[in-house]
Design a protein around this ligand. Structure first.
Ligand code: FAD
Length: 269
């Protein structure tokens, strides 16, 4: 049986898309990269993901894992037609939130903003913030080792992930869903998958590190004459505020001009 038919039989009509139904998955965020693949697999579980990977492996077909498709380097779309896009978007559950050990177990397809929203109900936070958080998924954030505006205080995704479940290229499932902060047992294999862009396997579940939500926050915009002045102010603020300062971002005149030209509702008061 051809791969197409086997995947249709395995995943059903919700889980295996071909032809025009793949249109929204085929091109990247900038509409710059991507050719139509054989089809888009949308497994609903780790077992289905493993079965898809096994079949593609047997048929020697390229697999492109896809999260929210917000990556800007074309990594989540096919660059040749003999490929299967493996979208994690149906594996988007929040399995558990533990306020005692400050962890959450989530599906790789969970959108970051949905995690933020849910955590506010528990007075907890996950300290990763970036412009694409309304679409980017946990698996994609892990695979690209995303940073964002809070990275200098909380680190990048590799510092925020305690455990992972990954489907390896031959379809085996690696269960590394540990949840310890003081985890010094053997190699920290999970870190290998952070930033691997899907080349070492498909992330299916993650245990992420949470923090207490702050009771108060303040944001300041400081206008400075030179880059050197910005560096000095940044250094002083970090020394004075220590862990209380959670984000620091910089933009110059050119970026401001571009933003004012291109974002219709933006006004400079
Ligand atoms: C407006 C905007 C602002 C951004 N700001 C930042 C920023 O501040 N910091 C930053 O680091 N990035 C930023 N990005 C880039 C992008 O949002 C991040 O790279 C994000 O982590 C990608 O997540 P995604 O779910 O969209 O992944 P995708 O774009 O779908 O995929 C990215 C890569 O991960 C792989 N992948 C996806 N899911 C999995 C999985 N489950 N298992 C294995 N591999 C997988 C894909 O194959 C691909 O190689 C920004 C993008 C936009 C559009």
């Amino acid at each position: 049986m051809a791969l197409d038919n086997k995947l249709a039989e395995l995943l059903g009509t919700r889980g295996w898309l071909t032809g025009d139904d793949t249109a929204t998955y085929n091109r990247d965020w900038l509409n710059k990269y991507g050719v139509p693949p054989i089809g888009v697999a949308r497994p609903a579980s780790t077992e289905e993901t493993a079965a898809v990977v096994r079949l593609c492996h047997e048929h020697n077909v390229i697999i492109v894992p896809q999260g929210g498709g917000t990556g800007l380097v074309g990594g989540s779309v096919a660059c040749e037609t003999q490929a299967v896009i493996l979208s994690l978007s149906r594996m988007n559950s929040i399995e558990s939130i533990d306020s005692n050990d400050f962890t959450a177990v989530v599906g790789a397809g969970l959108i970051l903003e949905q995690l933020h929203t849910e955590l506010t109900k528990h007075e907890l936070m996950f300290p990763l913030h970036l412009g694409s958080e309304g679409s980017a998924q946990i698996g994609g954030l892990i695979a690209s080792n995303a940073g964002g505006s809070h990275a200098f205080r909380f680190g990048t995704m590799q510092d925020l992930v305690l455990g992972l479940e990954v489907v390896l290229p031959n379809g085996d499932v690696w269960d590394g869903t540990r949840r310890l902060i003081k985890d010094n047992a053997g190699f920290q294999l999970r870190k290998l998958f952070c930033g691997s862009e899907g080349r070492l396997g498909v992330v299916t579940r993650a245990v992420v590190k949470l923090y207490p939500a702050p009771t108060q926050t303040t944001t300041a915009l400081i206008a400075l004459p030179t880059i050197d002045a910005a560096l000095q102010v940044g250094r002083s603020l970090r020394s004075a505020a220590g862990e209380l300062m959670t984000a620091l971002e910089f933009f110059d005149d050119n970026i401001l001009k571009l933003a004012l030209q291109n974002i219709p509702d933006l006004k400079w008061l």
